[in-house]
Ligand binder design. Structure first.
Ligand SMILES: C[S@@+](CC[C@H](N)C(=O)[O-])C[C@H]1O[C@@H](n2cnc3c(N)ncnc32)[C@H](O)[C@@H]1O
Length: 220
């Protein structure tokens, strides 16, 4: 996989490896309390029988495993820029007995050669869960995720929102806490997805969950 291999050693790959080298071991146990909305997204995927589903920035493969169990007739794919995260992902997928239905690769959300990594150019469903808030060129990554959606398919995105429904001090505390993890909620994400959808003649829908703590978008 030459395209994927070239991405190792980029500043973003190194930053993510540094962040997750140790924390990947406690990631799934800790994140379930604050990465809200992931299971709603997984339930909404509803891929066609025999369909394909790709997660961009799949981390530990927690979502892929839940999704593969929820949608047993689909085939799943995931990539991440961090080889450290992928170590946990590969072990978890094998432990779950799902290695025949979940394929993993290393790659960058801003430019991913799906054909080289997985032998297919596009997917019936593509989703991005709490990754765009960690990717500085998130607009490029959003466009790339949409490019990977097959005709008639859908893109689902869940991430931190602006928490507009919470009091100011709570919002400031959340922002400060997230910045410790290199996380920046993307307040322009909804408008950007609507813009990208419009360029392709697609439709987009957005919702704010948990008083805006979570933003959720679907482009179909
Ligand atoms: C907060 S974790 C979310 C993991 C998973 N999607 C979840 O919901 O549990 C963000 C993930 O995005 C990955 N990531 C960051 N920048 C990336 C990039 N440019 N391309 C691909 N993955 C990236 C990180 O390595 C990390 O695994």
């Amino acid at each position: 996989m030459p395209a994927a291999t070239e991405r190792r050693g980029t500043p973003q790959a190194e930053a993510m490896d540094r962040m997750y080298r140790l924390t990947r071991h406690v990631y799934d146990a800790s994140r379930k309390y604050y990465l809200l909305g992931r299971d709603r997204l997984i339930a909404d995927l509803d891929p066609p029988a025999g369909g394909s589903v790709l997660e961009v920035g799949c981390g530990t493969a927690r979502n892929l495993i839940v999704a593969a169990r929820a949608h047993p007739r689909a085939r799943f794919y995931g990539f991440d820029i961090s080889e450290e995260m992928l170590k946990t992902a590969r072990a978890s997928v094998a432990r779950a007995g799902l290695a025949d239905r979940i394929s993993l690769a290393q790659g960058d959300a801003c430019g991913f050669d799906a054909e080289a990594a997985f032998g297919r150019a596009d997917f019936d469903r593509v989703y991005v869960s709490y990754a765009l808030s960690m990717i500085p060129p998130w607009r490029a990554a959003s466009a790339e995720a949409l490019r990977l959606v097959a005709p008639g398919g859908r893109l689902h995105v869940v991430d931190f929102g602006d928490a507009e429904g919470l009091p100011g001090p709570a919002r400031a505390a959340i922002r400060g806490w997230l910045s410790l993890f290199h996380v920046t909620p993307r307040s322009g994400l909804g408008p950007e997805l609507f813009r990208l959808a419009g360029l392709q003649g697609r439709v987009a829908a957005s919702s704010a969950l948990h008083r805006g703590y979570t933003q959720y978008h679907v482009v179909g």
